[in-house]
Design a binder for this molecule. Sequence first.
Ligand code: SF4
Ligand code: SF4
Length: 98
Amino acid sequence: MIDFNTITACGECCMGCKKKLEDICSGCIEADGRVPEWAGSGVCKIHACCKEHHAKFCGLCEKFPCEKLPQMISWNPNIVEHLKNLATQFRSEMTRGE
Ligand code: SF4
Ligand code: SF4
């Protein structure tokens, strides 16, 4: 089972990240998107966009998969598939918990 409380807007998990373990970054959920990685622009745009759309992560957004997503998460060529799978797991866990 996935702990969805630790899943970030882009569908990653900060737990176990070297930067978090070394206290360089507190994690994007904890920092509300204001992480060192995005210090130049102030806040992670993906985190901010999910907040704006009231989505826990992009896969649960009403606009998913939006056209800007592949470019916003350019480091993962399989991002749409990854987020789609994550959303399926999330919904199935929510249904099981009802
Ligand atoms: S890209 Fe944004 S949402 Fe994804 S892990 Fe980094 S700060 Fe968090
Ligand atoms: S799917 Fe697109 S519109 Fe929705 S939160 Fe993600 S980046 Fe924003």
